[in-house]
Design a protein around this ligand. Structure first.
Ligand SMILES: [Zn+2]
Ligand SMILES: [Zn+2]
Length: 147
């Protein structure tokens, strides 16, 4: 598991905003910071509730739109393959996920051998593969014990 996020820092945030002509507003800063310290891949609703503690008059729509803008300029990732609502990930480095099928928690992990997974020839012919992510699903500790 990663303790340090190499790319995701405030400098990185400011820099990315600058090259994408996005103003670093106090609201955007708070939304990014809150997501950055979140390890649980929150959806917009969950993050909205955290941000609201800091900026009480912010709207859900603002938080939601800001997250989508962040994902467009590549400073956050949308966790794919988990359906709605979208889950957001501040870690844009390649890493893998374990997902609990009962409580829906998503946990990051790194495992070096997964980086060497080979791409089927058929896929190689048809597409350019940029990313290989592995998703493991099952029960987290908590859900396993309560089963
Ligand atoms: Zn669970
Ligand atoms: Zn992740």
């Amino acid at each position: 598991m990663k303790l340090e996020l190499k790319n995701a820092s405030m400098d990185f945030f400011r820099e990315k905003c600058k090259v994408n002509n996005l103003k670093v507003t106090p609201q955007r800063l708070v939304i990014y910071k809150e997501l950055f310290v979140s390890k649980d891949h929150p959806n917009a609703e969950v993050l909205y509730n955290r941000v609201k503690d800091i900026i009480p008059d912010i709207s859900f729509d603002t938080v939601n739109r800001t997250l989508l803008t962040f994902s467009k300029i590549g400073i956050v990732n949308i966790v794919e393959g988990y359906g709605e609502p979208r889950r957001f990930d501040p870690d844009i480095e390649n890493h893998h996920h374990f997902r609990c099928i009962k409580c829906d928690s998503i946990i990051d992990f790194d495992y070096h051998p997964y980086k060497d997974i080979s791409v089927p020839g058929d896929i190689k012919k048809r597409f350019i593969v940029l990313n290989k992510k592995v998703l493991l699903e099952g029960y987290c500790n908590k859900c396993h014990q309560n089963k």
